[in-house]
Write a protein that binds this ligand. Structure first.
Ligand code: 4AD
Ligand code: MG
Length: 480
């Protein structure tokens, strides 16, 4: 007989039918005459309820079944008398596929700290929490592809190994096959990359944007969705060294079109999560409520998870310039009472997440899109504004997260782009192909990058980015 997935089983009403389920034991409770087993196979949050009359089975069987063990259960589907579920299985045959010795199995049927679960990331998929997060993550990946596909965008694979530094921040991981104990040197004493695998210095990509631009300047509407790597030494709850980024790039579109796309896409994804992940989101919301209740009353978040998600759907994002934001921040009570860790000194300062969150959570009380940043704090490729000081950048700021999207209109003018590259002391040789697109058939175009795990933080209400990716890569941590 074929196994029935538990997501299907829990909805079934064909009482009397024979079924086979397979999964991992969440809990087992043995009373005088019966054993109750909750079995989960990850297909949904809910468990199959298995009831086994002890006298039908070999007496030693149940002493070998503990939380974490894998079972195949055959039995009859019967109506459940409990209100929690529609049905249960009256077990006729129970096969232990793999035991889990409770003396050694780390995942006990009790609440574990997130810290502990990170150290046991190989097994944390088996908790309700990480099951829920994994399913939401999958649904969001699917929704992103659907969103773009339905709107005529083409997905483009940008390279993972590259010789360029898109963001110019120098936060790259080298890719090399050189023997690090015997690194070949040039006569000047520098590393001789010409002897390396690619005959040049290469690194893992920090962004697929530059290649996405090449594609957009032929296919009009494209997007990438790939892993990106940043060797920034920031041990925060919002930074990973390896994260996934969605980067749409659109020809014949300016910064206003770009903002419209970003807002529409984010709203679509939030709505998709509410529509398709209802059970898991309800579970995640309950987790948050429990967490909030453990805090002192004045530190509790005023909004529940679904309320927060709906809040994004219902509000038009506030669009203001960096210059206006600086004025608001300078005049804020936080600044005056010296509450910012980094007080705003002057126009030109880079914004920290505390500033971004102030604007979103306290001042506007809705998502904010900040535009027209000083060119000094943004990347070389951004469209230079006529004022000579700012560029057509746009960052989307979200409650709790701060920056969730970074993007811009691109500089499509060859001379301006070239002079900016030179001004910044960047190599025009490694970017000849990028410059070429401005020499041949250049057009106005724009794009942005959505940090996938930042989106996941928002949708799940989790507080640490290490908990929304299966195997986080952070400074001094590459286990699993
Ligand atoms: O603002 P960023 O650096 O922009 C770019 O990389 C552009 N090339 C995107 C584009 O225009 N095509 O990064 C984009 C987003 C950020 O807004 C943030 O959500 C996320 O990527 N991000 C990170 N997420 C997790 N860990 C990190 N270390 C991140 N750095 C950026
Ligand atoms: Mg950014």
């Amino acid at each position: 007989m074929k196994r029935i997935e538990i997501a299907k089983l829990v909805e079934m009403e064909e009482f009397g039918r024979q079924v086979v389920v397979m999964g991992w034991v969440r809990t087992i409770r043995i009373s005088k005459n019966v054993a109750f087993i909750a079995l989960n196979d990850g297909s949904c949050l809910r468990n199959a309820q298995i009831v086994a009359d002890l006298e039908r089975f070999e007496p030693t069987l149940f002493s070998r079944i503990h939380s974490g063990a894998s079972l195949a259960v055959t039995g009859k589907l019967v109506e459940s008398l409990g209100t929690q579920q529609k049905n249960e299985i009256q077990a006729e045959k129970i096969e232990i596929l793999g035991e889990a010795n409770p003396d050694y199995y780390p995942m006990q049927p009790k609440k574990h700290s997130l810290e502990f679960l990170r150290e046991n990331a190989h097994l944390r998929f088996r908790t309700n929490l990480f099951g829920a997060i994994s399913r939401v993550r999958h649904n969001m990946i699917f929704a992103i592809h659907k969103y773009f596909n339905d709107r005529g965008f083409y997905n483009v694979h940008s390279p993972i190994i590259t010789a360029s530094d898109c963001e110019g921040a120098g936060e790259m991981f080298h890719v090399t096959t050189l023997d690090l104990n015997k690194v070949p040197k040039t006569p000047e004493g520098k590393i001789d990359w010409s002897q390396d695998f690619f005959g040049r210095e290469t690194n893992l990509t920090v962004s697929g944007q530059l290649e996405a631009e090449l594609a957009a300047l032929a296919l009009s509407k494209v997007y990438t969705f790939g892993p990106t790597f940043r060797a920034e030494n920031s041990n925060t709850s919002r930074h990973l060294a390896e994260f996934w980024m969605i980067e749409p790039e659109v020809a014949f579109a300016d910064i206003h079109d770009n903002m419209d796309l970003a807002e529409d896409m984010l709203k679509y994804l939030v709505q998709y999560a509410l529509d398709h992940c209802a059970e898991d989101i309800e579970f995640l919301e309950q987790r948050l409520i429990n967490e909030e209740n453990a805090k002192p009353a004045n530190e509790r978040s005023p909004m529940l998870l679904r309320e927060k998600l709906r809040f994004v759907l219902e509000n038009k994002f506030e669009r203001i310039s960096y210059t206006e934001a600086i004025e608001i921040l300078k005049n804020s009570p936080e600044q005056k009472k010296n509450k910012f860790s980094y007080p705003i000194k002057e126009w030109g300062a880079d914004l920290q997440s505390e500033h971004e969150r102030y604007l979103v959570e306290k001042h506007f009380k809705k998502p904010v899109i900040l535009t027209d940043y000083p060119k000094e704090i943004k990347a070389f490729y951004m469209k230079q504004n006529p004022d000579g000081k700012t560029v057509a950048a746009m960052d989307v700021l979200f409650p709790q997260i701060g920056e969730i999207i970074g993007g811009s209109q691109r500089e499509e003018n060859y001379d301006k782009l070239l002079s900016r590259i030179q001004e910044l002391g960047m190599s025009t040789e490694t970017l000849w192909w990028y410059l070429d697109t401005r020499r041949f058939g250049t057009v106005v175009h724009s794009g942005f990058g959505l940090g996938f795990e930042r989106l996941m933080l928002f949708i799940t209400g989790m507080g640490n980015i290490r908990d929304v990716i299966p195997f986080p890569r952070t400074p001094k941590n590459a286990e699993f």
